[in-house]
Design a binder for this molecule. Structure first.
Ligand code: SAM
Length: 273
């Protein structure tokens, strides 16, 4: 399916009299060259399902429908877009639209097999959605997600970087993560105040189990909660220097210099304590 014989996204928005709502984090991508590029970076899908959160007027959806996705499942909270998205439905069942809050939706009930997530995320719920997908019981095949640039940098940061913190440790414990595209504010309608970046995440086959991940969340919350303190002090409630020594981590170091492997050893040591 190609989008060439459909009216432009701007014409569609005008025809439906739709204006962006700030409360829903609505900043639209109306240039199909941009959305096609994001979909190329996200794929190939090889017949698998793709979940798109927040399709809005459907710029990314149109590009997904042109791709090799077997099914495209849309989760949109704003009902105003449903009639407009229905115009993209060819009646074959390949496009499924669900009106729901993506934070509350059970993805396992939406798709039968392995699925990718591709989304130009609403900025206000981008991080909680990422945490839900990488720590929850339902694990996607891959995620290709637009974030505000600063959040993207926090996801891919390495130990010692200014942006390094809990989000980097948890995201990278579960996934390989890299920034695959940068977009200026002017690429969106209406333009947000900040620049954006697309992050591609692929879950690791050797990712920690959920119990270890829970402990990783506990350790990183304590360590980065007081990031200027030495670990012997910031981790005091969890075992302090003894925990660090069991994990082979220097207790006189601060959280910001401990790499992902070090945090993982701390989480494992916490489980054995
Ligand atoms: N994908 C479209 C595009 O690229 O032009 C729109 C992206 S816009 C940044 C975010 C979209 O997510 C909006 O359509 C908004 O209504 C929707 N949205 C906001 N919060 C949501 C939530 N909790 N669950 C599902 N959709 C949500």
């Amino acid at each position: 399916m190609t989008s060439d014989n459909l009216p432009s996204l701007r014409e569609t928005l005008d025809a439906h009299g739709l204006l962006a709502k700030k409360s829903f984090g609505q900043h639209f991508l109306l240039d199909l060259n941009v959305t096609r590029k994001i979909v190329r970076l996200a794929g190939p899908f090889e017949g698998r399902s793709v979940i798109e959160v927040g399709p809005g007027p459907g710029g990314l959806t149109r590009a997904l429908l042109e791709s090799d996705a077997g099914q495209v499942v849309l989760v949109e909270k704003d009902p105003r877009f449903l009639p407009l998205l229905a115009e993209l439905d060819d009646g074959t069942g390949r496009l499924v639209t669900v009106e729901a809050d993506a934070l509350k939706v059970d993805e396992a009930a939406l798709v039968a097999g392995p699925a990718h997530v591709v989304s130009n995320l609403p900025y206000n719920v981008g991080t909680p959605l990422l945490i839900k997908w990488i720590t929850g019981p339902w694990m996607p095949q891959a995620l290709t997600l637009m974030f505000q640039k600063e959040v993207a940098e926090r996801i891919v940061a390495e130990a010692g970087d200014d942006a390094y913190g809990r989000l980097a440790v948890i995201a990278q414990a579960v996934c390989e993560a890299r920034i695959v595209m940068h977009l200026p504010a002017a690429a969106f309608t209406p333009p947000p105040k900040v620049a954006s970046a697309v992050v591609h995440l692929i879950p690791r086959p050797d990712r920690p189990d959920r119990a270890t991940l829970k402990r990783l969340e506990t350790v990183t919350a304590a360590a980065f909660g007081q990031r200027r303190k030495m670990l012997r002090s910031s981790l005091k409630q969890l075992g302090g220097a003894a925990l660090c020594e069991a994990a082979g981590v220097d207790p006189d170091n601060r959280a910001e210099v401990i790499d992902g492997a070090g945090f993982l050893r701390l989480a494992q040591a916490l489980g054995q304590g």
